[in-house]
Design a protein around this ligand. Structure first.
Ligand code: SPV
Ligand code: MG
Length: 548
């Protein structure tokens, strides 16, 4: 069945602007001067944006006297247009030159999906209307009409709007001159007239509106006569009001205040709650869309690997060394265990690292990691810690004990090999560690080191060195990889085990054994030495090997 998406399409930005101009309501558009201010204007509900010459110049830190080049303005418009869906009407000053410059301007604006341009009948280079307005010479009427015609003739989209702005009142001329110009510009093809005034009362624009009598849409900029109730404009037959500079003025006021406060206090503690949270900035930049695109285009196999580090226990056998900090904060060769672990992760582009802490969690250096708390660490075991990190689970992740030291290739190889759940097993049992209690791994086959790649299943993990299923093939080092369906199996195993009365005492080996019992394949990646788990003071001495 054919789907006629065109029926539901949002109108082009040009069409939206034209509809606003033709609407029987009084419409309002709001100034913006860069991408983020444009986005805010859209998000707050405005139906259109005024790309103000004053505000764009100001955000560049230059004067509203054509000091910023027209291409610099158009470059900024591109950012504003890309991040918004509502129409942008450019304050195009005098069109940045003669009829020919106007033609090129219109072409470049259409290419950037700008909905229309307003040009004013002054001479290039112009100055802001509120600075010595009466000293500013007006454009020759015929020349200005030619510019309007040239612009209209060059536009490709019939809805693109060209608004003619009359500066007669600003320059000290009267109503007659304003109307003469309005009529000429209307006949030249202008889609609307902007009548500007710098008085604090709306008298001039109301007189003009009365005489204009709806010949074409009328636009005003009540910057100086701001106290006039907007109903007055509606009754006068005005089509559109431009709030022309409030965004730049609001941001300048906020920036000055905050900069002063921080400069005086030498601290940001007082102001943090009064400024936009960083996350809000990310949202305005569209960070969510990028995250979704990453999922879509990088694919789950290629997507970022995450790491969950279990580090809630104190490490009692280390006595005084862990009096005021957890084991992962022990320094070995000038670096903490945690730092060594995160460095290894980062070398493999694993940047999202969640550490489940418990004992002395406050002493953990949280740079580069996210912390999760197992508040019941004293009375619970590893599976409870793992559950605390559930919201950080991902279908591509490493789960590891926090007290592991290992050569980098072990992690690199683990990331490369296939399998939904893979446990790293050291087949060098003869090197089995003196301290702690090894987790003996019983596997489908022993390690055949002459084979480049082996397909091995885990059968069981136990603290006992001999079981009726045979002899251990190695020692599980405390690291597993989860991928794809492995996450589904892991989640359902955790849900089931959580129902057990002894859940609080269960360990990762218990989880692996449960997964195997349920028929979920847990693969084995054999290594041969080159790792250490730090359980005792003697281990710290041995750890020297890993600091080189
Ligand atoms: C602008 O916003 O740049 C304008 C309006 O042109 S005004 O500053 O009032 O001239
Ligand atoms: Mg301007």
């Amino acid at each position: 069945m054919a789907i006629h998406t065109a029926d539901f399409k949002t109108p082009e930005k040009t069409t939206q602007l034209r509809q606003l101009l033709m609407s029987p309501e009084l419409e309002f558009i709001m100034e913006a001067h860069n991408g983020i201010s444009a986005r805010i204007v859209e998000e707050t509900g405005f139906k259109g944006i005024w790309a103000s010459g004053l505000a764009i110049s100001a955000q560049f830190g230059v004067r509203d006297s054509n000091e910023a080049s027209w291409t610099q303005v158009v470059d900024m418009l591109e950012f504003m247009s890309d991040i918004t869906h509502i129409p942008i009407l450019l304050d195009g000053d005098t069109g940045y030159g003669n009829f020919n410059n106007m033609r090129r301007l219109v072409k470049k604006l259409e290419q950037r999906k700008i909905a229309g341009v307003c040009i004013e009948d002054k001479q290039f280079p112009k100055n802001n209307s509120f600075i010595d307005g009466e000293r500013q010479p007006l454009a020759d009427i015929n020349e200005f009409c030619g510019k309007i015609k040239a612009g209209k003739d060059s536009q490709q989209d019939p809805d693109f709007c060209i608004i003619a702005r009359i500066e007669a009142f600003i320059a000290g001329w009267g109503l007659t001159e304003a109307l003469r110009r309005g009529e000429a510009y209307h006949l030249a093809g202008a889609d609307g007239i902007l009548i500007h005034s710098k008085l604090s009362r709306p008298n001039e624009i109301l007189e003009f509106a009365k005489e204009w009598a709806g010949r074409s849409p009328l636009i005003i900029v009540p910057t100086t006569y701001y106290s006039t109730p907007t109903e007055v404009f509606h009754h006068a037959g005005i089509s559109m009001v431009i709030w022309a500079n409030q965004m730049i003025r609001a941001s300048v006021a906020a920036m000055e205040k905050i900069s002063r406060e921080i400069q005086t206090c030498h601290s940001i503690a007082n102001i943090e709650d009064n400024i936009a949270p960083i996350k809000h900035i990310f949202a305005l930049q569209g960070a969510d869309e990028l995250a979704q695109a990453q999922e879509r285009y990088l694919g789950s196999g290629q997507s970022e690997t995450r790491a969950i580090v279990l580090a809630a226990s104190r490490g009692n056998a280390l006595h005084e060394l862990t009096h005021d900090k957890p084991k992962i904060m022990l320094t070995i060769g000038g670096k903490t265990l945690l730092r060594r672990l995160t460095d290894e992760f980062k070398k493999q582009s694993i940047n999202k690292i969640t550490v489940v802490a418990g004992y002395k969690a406050d002493a953990i250096d949280t740079s580069g990691i996210e912390l999760c708390l197992n508040r019941d660490y004293a009375s619970t075991g590893e599976l409870n810690s793992l559950l605390c990190a559930k919201e950080h689970f991902h279908d591509n992740m490493i789960i590891t004990y926090g007290d592991l030291l290992f050569r980098g290739y072990i992690l690199r190889d683990l990331l490369d090999i296939p399998g939904e759940i893979v446990a790293v097993v050291d087949s060098a049992l003869e090197n089995s560690h003196k301290s702690g209690s090894p987790d003996y791994a019983y596997c489908s086959k022993p390690d055949d080191r002459s084979m480049f790649s082996q397909d091995i299943d885990l059968r069981h993990i136990s603290e006992h060195e001999a079981l009726d299923i045979g002899n251990p093939s190695g020692q599980w080092i405390g690291m597993i990889r989860i991928r794809g369906n492995g996450l589904v199996w892991l989640n359902s195993a955790l849900t089931e085990l959580h129902k057990r009365k002894d859940f609080s005492q269960l360990t990762i080996p218990d989880l692996l054994n449960y997964l195997v019992q349920q028929g979920n394949p847990v693969k084995v990646h054999y290594i041969h030495g080159h790792w250490l788990d730090v359980n005792s003071i003697e281990d710290i001495d041995r750890a020297g090997d890993f600091t080189k």
